[in-house]
Design a protein around this ligand. Structure first.
Ligand code: PMP
Length: 301
């Protein structure tokens, strides 16, 4: 675990039980994936710079003075991936306040951590249930910041959906339009059109942005009725990648729809660099092969 500028073991990676962020929910974080593909064996971190920029923007929204620059955090992420020796996985950087009880307590130390975890690819499709809980109102928080406290809304919606037998919740925004799931953005397909809710009342994900780089989409308000009238639906997020939705309440979607397959292929083509997207040049930070891959290349496995 990278913690405040150095790699530490379990014994040293402690924080105070009186952490301001623990009590008031103000930690900010990111989820980033790295991949290794058989055709090149080199591990690549996907859209690292964008994730670190968003992490620092989230910290700024929470008035945290981060003692690291973006380049230092990017380098620390790459070092953490190297140290993990995993072929592929999930990176969780977080910035949070240390000890200090009292909402506006001054002078609290700001900490940073980076963990690298295994995260297998998820299921082939998911079922959603429309939530009774609405997504955060854009004036009740800074909803573009990835703040731990926002995930109380996500958790409660997802937990209620699971109790109904679904995998996740679809949340509407305060105006009654479709917003997003607890942790992912949503897209719909009808006829020749791909459409997705406007960025106003959602957390506009980096995976969503990757899909938008394909072009040929519409960003607009989507009513629940229109959502259920679509032929196909898919969700996007760092953890779930591009994932077809099989059901929304009692509506059944076509998970094999050609547009959903096309978007999946496009996403994977960008991630494994087989599709040259001009913008995507800076989207992959490449690291040397993992030990496993080096051994395979040397014929030792
Ligand atoms: N919406 C919410 C609420 C999320 O938590 C996430 C995951 N960060 C997303 C959308 C997707 O964002 P990204 O593609 O950047 O992972």
């Amino acid at each position: 675990m990278w913690f405040d500028g150095k790699f530490v073991g379990d014994a040293e990676s402690h924080m105070s039980l009186l952490s301001h962020s623990l009590h008031y929910g103000g930690a900010v974080y990111e989820g980033i994936r790295f991949y290794e593909f058989p055709h090149n064996f080199w591990r690549s971190v996907f859209r690292l710079q964008d994730h670190i920029d968003r992490l620092l923007a989230s910290a700024q929204a929470m008035d945290m003075e981060v003692p690291y620059r973006a380049e230092e955090l990017c380098e620390a992420v790459l070092e953490s991936v190297r140290a993990s020796n995993l072929q592929a996985g999930y990176i969780r950087p977080a910035i949070f306040r240390g000890e200090g009880i009292g909402l506006m307590s001054p002078g609290i130390v700001v900490h940073a951590m980076i963990a690298v975890l295994e995260l297998p690819h998820g299921p082939k499709s998911i079922n959603l249930a429309t939530s009774k809980m609405i997504r955060l109102h854009p004036h009740s928080s800074d909803i573009k910041a990835k703040v731990a406290g926002h995930y109380v809304n996500s958790y409660l919606a997802a937990a209620a959906a699971k109790k109904l037998g679904a995998d996740d919740a679809l949340l509407l925004d305060y105006e009654g339009n479709v917003a997003e799931t607890s942790v992912a953005n949503v897209f719909f397909v009808k006829g020749e059109k791909i459409f997705t809710p406007k960025a106003d009342n959602i957390f506009p994900g980096i995976t969503r942005d990757t899909i938008l780089s394909f072009g040929n989409y519409e960003e607009r308000n989507v009513s629940l009725e229109e959502a259920k009238d679509a032929e196909a639906m898919f969700v996007t997020g760092t953890a779930c990648e591009v994932l077809p939705v099989a059901r929304l309440d009692d509506k059944v979607f076509d998970t094999e729809h050609r547009f959903v397959q096309r978007m999946r292929s496009y996403f994977w083509g960008v991630v494994d660099s087989s599709i040259p997207v001009s913008k995507a040049k800076s989207w992959l930070d490449t690291l040397e092969p993992s030990t496993w891959a080096s051994r395979l290349m040397k014929g030792e496995e």
